[in-house]
Design a protein around this ligand. Structure first.
Ligand code: DQA
Length: 146
């Protein structure tokens, strides 16, 4: 069995479904996980899906992905805009990392315009709601198949 694609979710994404649905939509994180698992399975791949509100746990997950995973899809949530630790962790692993966001941070408050994670990632998909995850996952799958 090939290595899983790690899908890593940051703070407050456990609240999807009820959290500002006008921005983030009505799907829960469990709904998004199901969509991602199904898409990966259709392509003969698996995912390791996780969420944490704690920055250091996200660093641990990225390090684990570097050892055990084939690629990373990450929605770092608010840590996108603040975390040198996530930037360093992504830089430290050799597998590709794709950043995803439900909303389009660049079209929101000015503090969301900087992404430390973009600066360490291969590409970013944002603004398409839960479909951002599927587009990002498809990019990861294509990379792994090429
Ligand atoms: C987010 C965008 C971030 O700016 C925000 O802090 C989040 C969610 C998104 O998926 O749109 O928590 O990453």
């Amino acid at each position: 069995m090939s290595k899983p694609i790690y899908i890593i979710n940051g703070p407050n994404l456990n609240l999807l479904g009820t959290r500002e649905p006008e921005i983030y939509g009505s799907q829960t994180l469990a709904d998004i996980e199901t969509m991602c698992v199904d898409t990966a399975e259709e392509n003969g791949l698996s995912v390791n899906f996780s969420q944490s509100n704690i920055e250091g746990e996200l660093v641990d997950k990225i390090q684990e992905a570097g050892q055990k995973g084939a690629a990373i899809l990450i929605n770092p949530a608010a840590y996108t805009h603040t975390s040198v630790a996530l930037y360093d962790a992504i830089k430290a692993v050799e597998i590709p990392c794709i950043e995803v966001h439900l909303s389009q941070p660049a079209a929101r408050e000015s503090f969301r315009r900087r992404s430390f994670v973009s600066e360490a990632s291969m590409g970013t998909i944002s603004g398409f709601g839960s479909k951002s995850y599927l587009l990002g996952l498809q990019a990861a799958i294509d990379l792994l198949k090429s």
